[in-house]
Design a protein around this ligand. Structure first.
Ligand code: PLP
Length: 499
């Protein structure tokens, strides 16, 4: 620790990039404070008189005086009448003590800067298993992305202006944690008419994403260390939410008809709920047969389990009408329905919803209020108008037509370029196509080679729980024009064949 003040050390600190935007006296004050905190200026060190320091730095005396006043007020320096300004002894002692304690920890091998140090067990679990990466730079063939270039931004802007004008008194204040009433009403009408659900606005919660819905389900329905059932293969984001709540995820295999309800009946894990994607199984694309839907409902009713139905992209069904959701068939009210606007509108919107059985509403609303309060009011009210005025259904219809054409373009491009490399099944809907690798091709190598050619492939293996994974990729196409699909596919094929 320095015993005397060194002008050069202060000058170096004054040029610190962190202080660039501050006023001159703030910079001097921050620089001196940093020197004291770092121990470069020890307790009792005398600071230069304000006039002398001002002259050395070429600034007005008042500037230095203001810096000293602030340091004094914060307790970093003492100002003794007739004697001068000194680094405070008490602050110095406290800082020295903290430094000693830190040093000791480091010597003992508990360096406070090690990743994960100071985290809870749950915090460490999250750190070690990582987050869910979102697509920020759009690449072929990223999954789950809708076309955003055709979104009717002018209509949205007009409705947002209207909502701001009409709800001016409320929209800037806090809103209902359950969601704005007009939006909950619009969602309930939509679900009952379009998805065959049986819900009322009182059962709807407006949230920021399906992931938030899943996080809440994990918090409220599963105790730490207890099991939750999940389709295998299944949605990575769901698994992450459950695991981060310290739930034990138990896989239930999927076949061509969706989740295997025979395995469900045989399950003895004691799990209180199951996560399923009945309309369009993620990632295989299977539609859960009616027989299995009824079995699923019967199982939940008889055994008092919860069904978490993730209906993430059911709006995009291209061959005939989509099957009605499980929630509408479930007369025993064991289903928690999840929907999202990430696919039907745009993912940056961050809006989704749940329809929960009445007895669960309060718990979910309380948990949501603790988590983040509510979704931005202005967005909710704009979306309510967008739905009430028919723009939502019109947009979904237009996108359904667009994506149906792109699905054909994608299947044709796969046939043209990837023969002998993958086998693709024709999905009835959704924004992506599952492809399985032919013998002789490995998932890891193909993903690496594709990345080298600027093409993003989501490997199937990471979507399986357990070692028995069928190697392949899930290819997103909805955000790409036919021309973009063709170019990227040709690039992918040549990268794979070259290697
Ligand atoms: C099965 C499934 N559910 C939910 C979501 C995500 O929805 P959100 O963006 O609302 O979290 C996705 C996104 O890819 C998904 O694949």
């Amino acid at each position: 620790m320095a015993k005397t003040f060194e002008l050069e050390t202060l000058k170096i600190r004054l040029n610190d990039a962190d202080f660039r935007l501050l006023t001159l006296h703030q910079r001097i004050q921050r620089a001196l404070r940093a020197l004291i905190v770092d121990g470069a200026l020890g307790p009792g060190v005398k600071l230069p008189a304000t006039r002398a320091l001002a002259a050395s730095l070429g600034v007005a005396r008042d500037t230095v005086e203001n810096a000293y006043v602030q340091l004094h007020r914060d307790g970093f320096i003492e100002r003794r009448k007739g004697s001068g300004s000194y680094v405070s002894g008490t602050v110095g002692a406290e800082l020295r003590g903290a430094a000693r304690r830190r040093l000791k920890l480091q010597e003992d091998g508990h360096a406070a800067t090690a990743p994960g140090a100071g985290l809870s067990r749950r915090g460490r679990l999250i750190l070690e298993s990582g987050g869910v990466a979102d697509q920020r730079v759009i690449k072929a063939f990223a999954t789950g992305l809708p076309e955003t270039r055709t979104f009717p931004t002018e209509v949205w802007e007009r409705l947002q202006r209207q909502a701001l004008k009409d709800y001016r008194g409320n929209v800037l204040l806090h809103g209902d944690p359950q969601g704005a009433e007009p939006l909950r009403k619009a969602i309930a009408v939509y679900l009952n008419l379009e998805r065959g659900a049986k819900v009322s606005p009182e059962q709807i919660l407006v949230l920021s994403s399906t992931r938030q819905s899943l996080f809440l389900c994990a918090q409220l329905l599963v105790d730490a260390g207890k099991p939750i059932l999940m389709e295998n293969p299944g949605y990575f984001g769901a698994r992450k939410s459950f695991e981060s709540a310290e739930a034990r995820v138990v896989p239930i295999d999927v076949d061509a008809q969706g989740v295997r309800t025979d395995l469900l009946r045989a399950d003895r894990s004691g799990a209180a709920c199951i996560y399923v994607t009945p309309s369009h199984q993620y990632p295989t694309g299977a539609t859960l047969s009616l027989e299995r839907r009824l079995e699923l409902i019967g199982w939940a009713a008889e055994q008092g389990k919860w069904l978490i139905e993730d209906d993430y992209d059911s709006e995009f069904h291209y061959d005939g009408l989509p099957t009605a959701c499980v929630q509408g068939l479930d007369k025993y009210r064991r289903t928690i329905y999840l929907g999202t606007f990430s696919k039907t509108l745009y993912p940056g919107l961050r809006m989704a919803y749940m329809a929960v059985p009445r007895e669960l509403v309060s718990a979910f609303v309380y948990a949501r209020s603790i988590m983040d309060g509510h979704t931005p009011q202005i967005l909710q009210l704009t979306l309510a108008r967008f739905m009430e005025d028919g723009h939502y259904n019109a947009h979904v219809r237009a996108m359904r037509k667009l994506y149906a054409g792109r699905r054909e373009a994608m299947l044709a491009a796969i046939g043209r370029h990837l023969g002998g490399i993958v086998r693709a099944s024709r999905p009835e809907g959704g924004l992506q196509i599952p492809c399985f690798l032919e013998p002789g091709w490995t998932e890891e190598a193909t993903i690496r080679q594709a990345a080298g050619a600027g093409v993003q492939l989501l490997g199937m293996s990471r979507l399986y729980l357990g070692p028995e994974a069928r190697p392949g990729w899930l290819l997103g196409y909805a955000h790409l024009t036919a021309h973009e699909i063709e170019t990227a596919m040709a690039r992918l094929a040549s990268a794979l064949r070259r290697n």
